[in-house]
Design a protein around this ligand. Structure first.
Ligand SMILES: [Zn+2]
Length: 369
């Protein structure tokens, strides 16, 4: 994948390809620096939502029910959204914290797991859907640079004139991409509940399930390319129907999608509803770990290979957080797997700057059963 700033710089040299940045209608005015997190590096955020807390009734009436209506019209994009870099202003993926609460309450109510897990699932699903829009934006930009034509703004202006709110085929693909990604990551029971949620979303969105398999997915990718660039391609006498060229290659999906190039903004809209600090504790890495006395006492008696492993794990944590279940919330602490049998329990300081390793032992000794 090309450097995105370079791509945008090239687009700027094409007449009308990039907007003036004045249309900020998709970015809520409430966003200020302390209300969002920019996650600019590869990450697996860990949510630290309080388990005991229940949402006050007015959240249901004032927020969740309003989202119910939006969801019927805009599917997953009622819960999170992507703003194109073609607008010329702030861009990227926007995810409000309360959308995770909404997914927990509406879609994952019957999922047997903690709130913490439900939020992780919700975040993952929203993120993958929106990342597809980023990939489509990138695909379009690549063609625009080749054709030297403002395909994105031509299509967007056409859509606005015709009153077309969204491209059904793009939403279908975004949900299909999401399902393809998450089939590898989440359990069948979580996926089934999300599938039920997708069934209740509008045309396009709800059709994602029909193009999950490789062949249908790819042929739909080719179709979407034609939607974006078809007219300009004909003008330049470029044959998009040839079977000799893989026109889906510009999407940079799968391994080639560098998600870290897309800014992600977490919108902290929970304070509006007096919900205690949630989502403020995104853990991207743990650079500083101290060990409690009792941890050290047990640790010294452990097998040398386990001691070595812990040292290595500490180095890894300084870079990135391993995926569930290697690293997971457990009661009021976090649990790290040293190996199949041994666990380390860690607790963050209030500002998350320093973590303390408080205990180490077999999963049975540590109460994991
Ligand atoms: Zn979408």
């Amino acid at each position: 994948m090309q450097n995105i700033n370079e791509v945008i710089a090239c687009l700027r040299r094409i007449k009308k390809a990039i907007g003036s940045g004045e249309d900020n209608s998709l970015i809520p005015p409430a966003i200020s620096r302390n209300h969002k997190h920019d996650l600019a590096s590869p990450f697996t955020p860990i949510f630290h939502a309080p388990e005991e807390f229940d949402y006050p009734d007015y959240v249901e009436f004032e927020y969740f029910q309003a989202i119910d209506r939006d969801y019927e019209e805009r599917g997953f994009d009622a819960l999170a959204w992507y703003v194109s870099f073609h607008n010329g202003g702030p861009w990227g993926i926007f995810i409000p914290v309360l959308s995770l609460a909404y997914i927990e309450k509406r879609f994952l109510k019957r999922y047997r797991g903690t709130r913490f897990r439900k939020w992780q699932i919700g975040y993952d699903f929203l993120l993958q859907h929106e990342l597809f829009h980023f990939a489509a934006d990138y695909m379009c930009a690549q063609w625009e640079i080749l054709l030297q034509a403002p395909c994105w703004s031509a299509l967007t202006n056409y859509r606005k004139r015709e009153g077309i709110d969204y491209l059904e085929i793009e939403e279908k693909l975004a949900n299909a991409y999401m399902l393809r990604q998450l089939n590898k990551r989440w359990t069948l029971s979580a996926r089934r509940l999300i599938l039920t949620a997708i069934e209740g979303s509008p045309p396009g969105y709800r059709d994602g399930v029909t193009c999950v398999d490789e062949q249908t997915f790819k042929s739909n990718l080719a179709e979407l390319t034609k939607v974006y660039i078809g007219l300009h391609a004909i003008e330049k006498e470029i044959n998009l129907l040839t079977t000799g060229v893989d026109i889906t290659a510009f999407y940079t999906l799968a391994e080639r999608l560098d998600a870290s190039q897309c800014p992600i903004t977490i919108i902290h809209n929970e304070d509006r509803f007096g919900i205690p600090q949630i989502g403020t504790n995104f853990i991207l890495k743990i650079p500083t770990i101290v060990e409690s006395e009792s941890f050290q006492k047990t640790f010294r008696k452990l097998d040398l290979s386990l001691q070595k492993r812990w040292k290595k794990k500490k180095q890894q944590l300084a870079e990135t957080i391993p995926r569930h279940p290697e690293f997971e919330k457990f009661a009021d602490v976090f649990s790290l797997r040293l190996n199949d049998n041994y666990r380390v329990h860690l607790r963050p300081s209030n500002d998350m700057a320093v973590w303390e390793a408080i205990a180490v032992g077999t999963h049975k000794e540590m109460g994991h059963g």
